[in-house]
Design a protein around this ligand. Structure first.
Ligand SMILES: *Cc1c(COP(=O)(O)O)cnc(C)c1O
Length: 391
């Protein structure tokens, strides 16, 4: 039962392996899907869990003209890591200091006149003109100026621009339903966006970058490409619209593989319950293995009794509840402590037929974005750059 540890000695308890050559490849694929637009690779939230600065470097290599992040600290971290190219950050709260970002030549976003004033103030203090992207809400009802406030925002921006404190470099918005290409909200948002860009130009602004598309619109809605596309999830090799096309059909390579190894292997008798609450009860004598990862490592508890892992070359459903530090799966008789387990995989040849992050998302009732972004906790993360990367 407790076999030798030797074959796996030194292998980590749980590891997130990120193939940077896959990111480079995916960015190049996305670029060819939007040949007339600039490419922004979105690396917020630690690169969707893949490692922000490593992904940024791989994305630049694949042709990313821009990097996009949500918050100011992320932009500053990219600068600190040595990235000198164009970066846009788009989410701040009142009172946040834009000065370091402006001084570091990071483009910032304004949703309101109050925010514009804060940015203009930061520009005045640093003596550097701020490059601003004005956000219009075309139907997501999240950030951005609504239709009533838009004319006032562009007028205020035109006056600050005349004063020299800011330069309106962009006008942008975000789609609500791009993953459903036939959803009527897409046409409506796109039409409203065209009108908003027109309103900005009539107010005397001359933004060089109008941008609307996320990954889904980049791949599925060429009319929405405008001057620049903002690609997050597809850059990591995951389909933005599983109902429309799989990663493979889109030519994308999933970059993340999460592996662990069996910490315990044992036989249990018929009638024994497994894990908290005994949601699973063995119908007959069986072998089980303990995988030393749980919700403390970002494995969703919603995976209980539903998601599958690959162990001993087979897919095995999680038995009963995912715990904080561990989960239990059925294993083949004779399996040994230390045997490798794949939770979900990239397209590594060792892991063909392993579940994908998309499979996990479907099992857990969520989207692949959440699976890869939340995984982590106590796992180690390792970046590899397979030879033969697309350049
Ligand atoms: C996260 C984000 C994106 C990227 O979206 P994907 O669906 O991952 O491509 C683009 N734009 C904005 C404003 C975002 O917040």
């Amino acid at each position: 039962m407790n076999g030798s540890l030797a074959p796996h000695a030194g292998a980590p308890r749980a590891e997130i392996r990120v193939d940077l050559s896959a990111v480079t490849h995916n960015v190049a694929v996305l670029r060819s899907a939007a040949p007339d637009a600039l490419m922004m690779t979105v690396v917020k939230a630690d690169g969707y869990g893949h490692g922000m600065s490593e992904v940024a470097t791989a994305a630049r290599r694949g042709g990313a003209d821009w990097l996009g992040v949500a918050v100011l600290e992320e932009a500053m971290a990219l600068r600190a890591a040595g990235d000198t190219g164009p970066i846009l950050t788009w989410l701040s709260v009142p009172g946040e200091d834009h000065a370091p970002a402006v001084a570091a030549a990071v483009d910032v976003a304004a949703y309101s006149v109050a925010q514009l004033d804060e940015i203009a103030g930061a520009a005045a203090r640093t003596g550097v003109q701020a490059r601003v992207h004005l956000k219009v809400d075309t139907g997501l009802s999240r950030g951005g100026a609504g239709a009533e406030d838009w004319p006032g925002l562009v007028a205020a921006a035109a006056s600050r621009e005349a004063d020299g404190e800011i330069r309106v470099a962009g006008v942008w918005s975000h789609l609500a339903c791009a993953d459903q290409p036939d959803h009527p909200a897409n046409d409506l948002q796109e039409a409203r966006f065209r009108t908003a860009c027109e309103t900005a130009r009539r107010a005397g602004l001359d933004p060089e970058l109008c941008h609307l598309a996320n990954s889904a619109a980049t791949l599925l809605r060429p009319r929405a490409h405008f001057d620049l596309v903002r690609c997050g999830i597809a850059s990591y090799g995951l389909t933005p619209s599983p109902e429309s096309a799989s990663s493979a059909e889109l030519g994308l390579r999933p970059a993340m593989t999460v592996t662990s190894r069996l910490a315990v292997v044992k036989q249990i008798a018929a009638g024994e319950g497994v894990s908290y609450g005994h949601q699973f009860v063995a119908e007959e004598e069986m072998w089980v293995g303990v995988v030393p990862v749980g919700y403390g490592d970002g494995v969703p508890r919603h995976a209980s009794g539903t998601a599958e892992v690959q162990v001993g070359g087979r897919r095995r459903r999680i038995l009963g509840r995912v715990c904080m530090d561990q989960l239990v799966v059925e294993v083949d008789p004779g399996s040994e402590v230390g045997d490798p387990v794949v939770l979900f995989g990239g397209d590594h040849p060792d892991h063909t037929d392993a579940p994908s992050a998309q499979d996990w998302a479907e099992a857990c009732g969520t989207i692949s974005y959440e699976i890869v972004t939340r995984i982590g906790g106590r796992m180690t993360r390792r970046h590899v750059d397979a030879p033969g990367a697309t350049r």
